[in-house]
Design a protein around this ligand. Structure first.
Ligand code: GRF
Length: 200
């Protein structure tokens, strides 16, 4: 299965996909895309000889139309958003229905939606005095963090002293469940039935 990974920053989830033994013979990462002209995640891609493309209006970046054509040219089967902070153009969302997944660092539908990314999420969870947090992998639709949930894993945070501690616990879970979901999809074991995703 050919995948494209969309990033905006550090790239630890991209790295988890690259390093996943389970995925080695199941997927090919054809390209890494970012709204940034450069970011640490691009360095990880380049180190692994994976082509990188910037998306946007600046010189050398791909416009939305060119992005769509590039995805078709690369014969992408699955788009993985791993820390990508922009909305995916509607044309791509509709053409790649149930073929775009996102990793969110909380247990959706709680602590999701516009502006809820990175440390904003963990600060909100900490301030809410939540006793569990976790990560969610979901399909993408037209709205932020609203798509069908595919996988979640929770972690106890009743004894944490800071939002940073939550971030660290949740990131470990992200690195587990994102490759897990990609594997299941590559094996054809995820089905959408109505408003739910089920494993076959
Ligand atoms: C992760 O926490 C992910 O849940 C969120 O953005 C962060 C990306 O981290 N969507 P990285 O760039 O994969 O390290």
């Amino acid at each position: 299965m050919n995948i494209a990974v969309f990033v905006s920053g550090r790239g630890s989830n991209l790295n988890a996909i690259i390093e996943s033994e389970d995925l080695k013979n199941l997927i090919s990462i054809k390209a890494v895309f970012s709204d940034k002209s450069d970011c640490p995640a691009f360095e990880i891609a380049k180190k692994n000889s994976i082509p990188t493309f910037s998306i946007g209006k600046t010189e050398g970046s791909l416009s939305s139309d060119k992005l769509f054509s590039k995805l078709i040219e690369l014969e992408i089967d699955l788009i993985v958003l791993a820390g990508y902070l922009k909305l995916i153009p509607g044309e791509i969302v509709s053409k790649f229905k149930h073929r775009i997944i996102n990793i969110h660092p909380a247990l959706l539908p709680s602590f999701g939606g516009k502006g809820m990314y990175g440390m904003n999420v963990h600060k909100a969870v900490f301030e809410a005095s939540s006793k569990v947090s976790g990560a969610t992998v979901h399909f993408i639709d037209e709205e932020y963090d609203k798509g069908i949930i595919i996988a979640q894993k929770s972690v106890d945070i009743s004894d944490v002293q800071s939002a940073e501690e939550i971030a660290s616990k949740v990131l470990k879970i992200e690195h587990e469940i994102l490759p897990f979901v990609i594997k299941k999809i590559a094996e054809g074991k995820v089905k959408v039935e109505g408003s739910r995703a089920v494993y076959t």
